[in-house]
Design a protein around this ligand. Structure first.
Ligand SMILES: Cc1ncc(COP(=O)(O)O)c(C=O)c1O
Length: 408
């Protein structure tokens, strides 16, 4: 049976109960200055330290969502009106709305059709003298081509924010994602590989950026200053002690889960390999650890009788394959980008219609018409079930191929 996600047992339940019993429901209860400081460490502080250590980062900070992690990263980096930030249109909205929120301009570059990640040639072509940063997504947990993106960043003096919402624990050439650029953002929302219900984290090796992120996540305070002194325009983005307690429990089961996902992903990819017209997201030799959040593939409509994405989805689901249809359209087609709020619209330095963006991002358009995802929880099923999924895909193609041939 495919496990329902999130997976938990008494460890998570006990962890939350224990956090409740402390009576200290927020990290400030452990950190209040003026005499109430204790020797104990909050769950949030322990969780963020373990996340930082696991990713070999000097600093970690837990926050209340992955979206907020991105928002804080963008503000900590000092991006704002007049700055252009290049990112992928094949992602979740927060990857690019965080740019709008700060008054900077999101500039969409195309993805690479093999990796599903930001294409360096397209990113390079999108650069202008106003370009200040790249927000790079490691889609599905597959690390992006950071070597070439870092080269571009060095050449242009750009900052890199990694949206590693899908890539907790992933690495490239043994270096953890999230620490390849300047700031790395994770999500612990319910669907993610480590879940706290809602939640996120930022990692960085940059002391100054870390200090700004920490201040921004707690109402712009100087952590060493007066509680009611606010230096920066920040929010309350603190993670609760209950979320962090669950996170600590989830972290303990992560290594075994990661191993099982990896084993089953390889098995599933091997069984998919022989199916005509099914093209998996590329793996990449330099990937030393894949996040395995989604197993992604696209179909070649010509090999499937020219059927539409919707019909292909129905065909696969009817065959018993637990696929997800993915994004129906690239980010730039959303109203928030075609008709942004006035405060953001007035500082945009690049504006294109969806048709113009589509011309610049043909691969993102293709993926929205042909891409499918399989959620990581499927990769936690028993080996026999994984093998059966491969057979189902083969049978679906054989049946569909026969049907489409008979219609000719
Ligand atoms: C690529 C990507 N970035 C950022 C986020 C935002 O994370 P959250 O839902 O925790 O706000 C998500 C969430 O699905 C995501 O998929």
């Amino acid at each position: 049976m495919i496990p329902t996600w999130p997976l938990f047992d008494d460890a998570e339940i006990e962890a939350v109960a224990a956090a409740v019993r402390t009576g200290k429901w927020w990290r400030g209860a452990y950190e209040l200055p003026e005499g109430s400081r204790t020797e104990e460490t909050s769950h949030a502080a322990r969780f963020e330290r373990l996340i930082a250590d696991m990713h070999h980062a000097r600093h970690g900070l837990v926050v209340n969502s992955g979206s907020m992690a991105l928002d804080i990263a963008v503000r900590a980096a000092g991006l704002g009106p007049g700055d252009e930030v290049i990112t992928t249109p094949y992602s979740y909205a927060a990857t690019a709305t965080c740019i709008l929120q700060s008054g900077a301009t999101p500039v969409f570059a195309d993805i690479n059709l093999d990796s599903w990640n930001l294409d360096v040639r397209s990113a390079r072509a999108a650069c202008t003298p106003r370009t200040r940063a790249l927000i790079v997504v490691h889609f599905g947990g597959r690390p992006a081509d950071m070597d070439s993106l870092l080269t571009l960043a060095r050449e242009r003096d750009l900052l890199i924010i990694e949206d590693a919402a899908h890539a907790f624990g992933a690495s490239l050439n043994h270096q953890s994602v999230g620490t390849l650029g300047h700031l790395g953002c994770f999500s612990f929302q319910a669907s993610k590989n480590i879940s706290t219900g809602e939640g996120g984290a930022i990692v960085t090796n940059d002391d100054a950026l870390a200090a700004r992120c920490r201040s921004l996540h707690t109402a712009g305070r100087d952590p060493a200053g007066d509680w009611y002194a606010h230096d920066l325009l920040g929010w309350n983005a603190r993670m609760t002690e209950f979320q962090a307690a669950i996170g600590l429990a989830q972290l303990r089961r992560f290594p075994a889960h990661a191993e099982q996902r990896e084993r089953n992903a390889r098995h599933l990819l091997a069984t998919f390999a022989g199916v005509q017209g099914v093209i998996p997201q590329s793996e990449g030799a330099e990937i030393t650890s894949h996040g395995r959040h989604l197993l992604c593939f696209r179909y070649d409509p010509d090999s499937w009788g020219g059927i539409s994405h919707k019909r292909m989805f129905i065909t696969l689901r009817t065959a018993g394959l637990p696929v997800l249809g993915g994004y129906g359209w690239p980010l730039y087609r959303n109203q928030v980008f075609t008709d942004p709020p006035a405060f953001a619209a007035q500082t945009l330095t690049v504006r294109h219609s969806p048709a113009e963006w589509a011309e610049l991002c043909p691969n993102a358009e293709t993926l929205c018409r042909t891409g499918f995802w399989i959620h990581h929880s499927v990769l936690l099923a028993a080996e026999e079930e994984i093998a059966e999924l491969g057979h189902l895909l083969h049978r679906a193609h054989a049946r569909f191929g026969a049907r489409s041939r008979s219609n000719l």
